[in-house]
Design a protein around this ligand. Structure first.
Ligand code: ZN
Length: 443
């Protein structure tokens, strides 16, 4: 911080911070615009992206031409709706053609994000570093502002990165709010009890962890009769269940703040400051939710998420099927007019396949399963033959009635499903950060 001529404390700014604040204020302006005005702003961004894609990639020029671009009449959203979804396989098989580098750019200005996703097949997405970092930083600041965080307070992070301690929250937040200690702990090989001990040792104001781990730690404290106050739990790696939110409220007096992002595109949506649903970052992202015939889903109907990253010049991401299932909500009453994602259902592999072949979101079982307090963990797996295994780790054997009660939870979705409760000493969660309560194995 520096003192200005008027004596007021003002953040020390260099040109990159000035650019960051400019982008942030442009994005924040979108919040208060009506949806038609948001779409007008998105359309001007789309036009720049489509023109760039046509000029710098024959693959995109061909796709856009077939979709009717440049259109004689009507909106660019009509062209967008004519484009076939961009699939992971396109990014895997046509990486050189999907790329749309401007001739003036050099490899130094581009970085590559790689994600293996749930399929194990890596996808590479190239990004123009300066623009991506600016947008990513601006949305991070918006998340910070919406949720009133104070970067002068200590933050504890549980992650798969090596242990580290930093004096502040990094170059994004420190210039505006000063220093607050950030401790990262590698906890991939820790028990929940060990993680709970770390929370007590560090006494952070904020905990960044998956919602699953935060709730598991909360349950440890509740069993010990302790309440350990936190300001917030910052989550982003997995969907958040109502039960996880409830446990964290009881154990920490804190809300889980969810963020929706993906490696390929960066931030997509942030949790509303007043409610549990998400607001789409309409300045950077167009999200469509469509059914299997690619028709838009109305609010309340779950469908495939298609993402268009409006500033994805290096490798245009237009109508990208990221493999998630979500549903729209109604307009929010918090003052932010950005589109509302009411619920993320998870990946397509989190949908249950019914005997007639229909796919349905698996309803959350956390609250019902918790009625048997001895159950510490559970996981449902739909095998390739469609049978469902309900794996349960409990501190004592379950009674016949309890096993039947668990089976009934799943049979409520469809009584023809074949469900077997399997009591196990340890749940196999597979590799990766995301812990999926329900997963369907692809045949
Ligand atoms: Zn809202």
């Amino acid at each position: 911080m520096t003192k200005s001529k008027t004596g007021r404390m003002e953040p020390k700014q260099d040109s990159s911070q000035a650019a960051l604040l400019e982008v942030k204020s442009w994005l924040r302006k979108m919040e208060t615009l009506s949806v038609p005005k948001q779409r007008t702003m998105q359309e001007s961004q789309l036009k720049l992206l489509f023109n760039h894609a046509c000029n710098c990639s024959a693959w995109w020029r061909n796709r856009l031409t077939l979709a009717g671009y440049p259109q004689q009449a009507g909106s660019l959203f009509t062209v967008l709706a004519q484009l076939p979804p961009l699939m992971r396989s396109d990014l895997q098989e046509h990486v050189d053609e999907v790329r749309a580098w401007h001739p003036d750019w050099t490899a130094k200005e581009i970085f590559t994000s790689t994600t293996s996703g749930s399929t194990g097949l890596p996808v590479r997405v190239e990004k123009f570093s300066a623009a991506f970092n600016l947008l990513y930083g601006a949305v991070s600041l918006i998340d910070h502002e919406w949720h009133g965080r104070d970067a002068r307070l200590p933050l504890l992070i549980f992650s798969a990165d090596a242990d580290s301690v930093r004096p502040d929250w990094g170059s994004l937040f420190a210039p505006f709010q000063g220093g607050g200690c950030v401790t990262n702990r590698f906890t991939s090989n820790c028990s929940t009890e060990e993680e709970a001990a770390l929370v007590l040792e560090h006494q952070p104001a904020y905990l960044k962890a998956t919602a699953f781990r935060a709730a598991a730690i909360g349950e440890v404290f509740l069993r010990q009769g302790k309440i350990v106050p936190l300001r917030q739990i910052i989550s982003q790696y997995e969907r958040v269940t109502p039960r996880q939110r409830e446990v964290c409220r009881k154990a920490f007096g804190a809300e889980i703040i969810d963020r929706y992002s993906c490696e390929e595109c960066g931030w997509l949506a942030l949790q509303c400051p007043a409610h549990e649903h998400l607001h789409v970052m309409a300045g950077t992202t167009i999200i469509e939710i469509v059914d299997e015939a690619l028709n838009p889903c109305p609010p309340g109907v779950a469908g495939r998420v298609l993402v268009t990253s409006l500033q994805s010049y290096a490798m245009p991401i237009i109508r990208y099927d990221i493999g998630d299932i979500a549903e729209w909500g109604e307009e929010c009453d918090c003052g932010i007019r950005l589109p509302v994602i009411k619920r993320l259902w998870g990946r397509r592999r989190n949908l249950v396949r019914l005997p007639d072949g229909e796919m349905r979101p698996m309803v959350f079982h956390g609250d019902d399963v918790a009625k048997i307090p001895e159950i510490r963990e559970f996981r449902l797996v739909q095998q390739k033959n469609s049978d469902i295994d309900f794996f349960v780790r409990a501190t004592r054997p379950l009674s016949v009635e309890e096993v039947e009660a668990l089976r009934t939870l799943v049979l409520k979705i469809d009584s023809q499903l074949v469900v077997t409760v399997r009591e196990v000493a340890a749940i196999d969660w597979g590799a990766g950060l995301k812990r999926e309560e329900f997963v369907r194995l692809e045949s």
